[in-house]
Design a protein around this ligand. Structure first.
Ligand code: HEC
Length: 111
C-alpha cells in the first residue's frame, strides 16, 4: 500500500462531489440565475409597495412573453427593451422560472 489513488478513493471523491450538485438542481429558488439579481434593483419584491410591477410569483410564461415583446419592440418600453436584449431566451427562461418559484413561497408566507 503506497497511498496512491485507488479506484475506491476515486469513487469516494466523486461521491463527495455529486450529492451537492444533485441538491442544487432540486432547489429552483435557491441561488438566483445569472441576471436575476439585476432585475430586483428595479422590480421590488412582491411584499413591497414600490411602483414597479413585482416579478415574484408571476407565471414564468408571462415574464418570458413580456421579455420577448420588449426585445422585439411589440411592447412599449422605456428601459426594458434594452434590458431584454441583454438576455438570451435560455437566460430569460431561467430568470422567469426562478421568479415564478419565488412567488409561490412568498404567496404562501402571506397572512
Ligand atoms: C432599470 C430598471 C429595470 C431593471 C433593471 C429591470 N426592469 Fe423590468 N421594467 C422596468 C420598467 C420601467 C418597466 C415598464 C416598461 C418600461 O418602461 O420599460 C418594466 C417592465 C417589466 C416587465 C413587464 C411588467 C408588466 O407588468 O407587464 C417585465 C416582465 C419585466 N420588466 C421583467 C424584468 C426582468 C426579467 C428584469 C431582469 C432581467 C428586469 N425587468 C429588469 C424597469 C426595470
Amino acid at each position: 500500500m503506497t497511498g496512491g489513488p485507488t479506484p475506491l478513493r476515486l469513487a469516494l471523491a466523486l461521491l463527495g462531489l455529486f450529492p451537492a450538485a444533485a441538491m442544487a438542481a432540486d432547489l429552483p429558488s435557491s441561488d438566483p440565475p445569472p441576471g436575476a439579481s439585476a432585475c430586483s434593483g428595479c422590480h421590488a419584491p412582491a411584499a413591497s409597495d414600490g411602483g414597479m410591477a413585482p416579478l415574484d410569483g408571476r407565471p414564468a410564461e408571462d415574464i418570458v412573453a413580456s421579455m420577448r415583446g420588449f426585445r422585439s419592440g411589440t411592447l412599449e418600453a422605456t428601459v426594458m427593451d434594452r434590458i431584454a436584449k441583454g438576455f438570451t431566451d435560455e437566460e430569460t427562461r431561467a430568470i422567469a422560472d426562478w421568479y415564478a418559484a419565488r412567488g409561490g413561497r412568498d404567496a404562501a408566507a402571506k397572512p
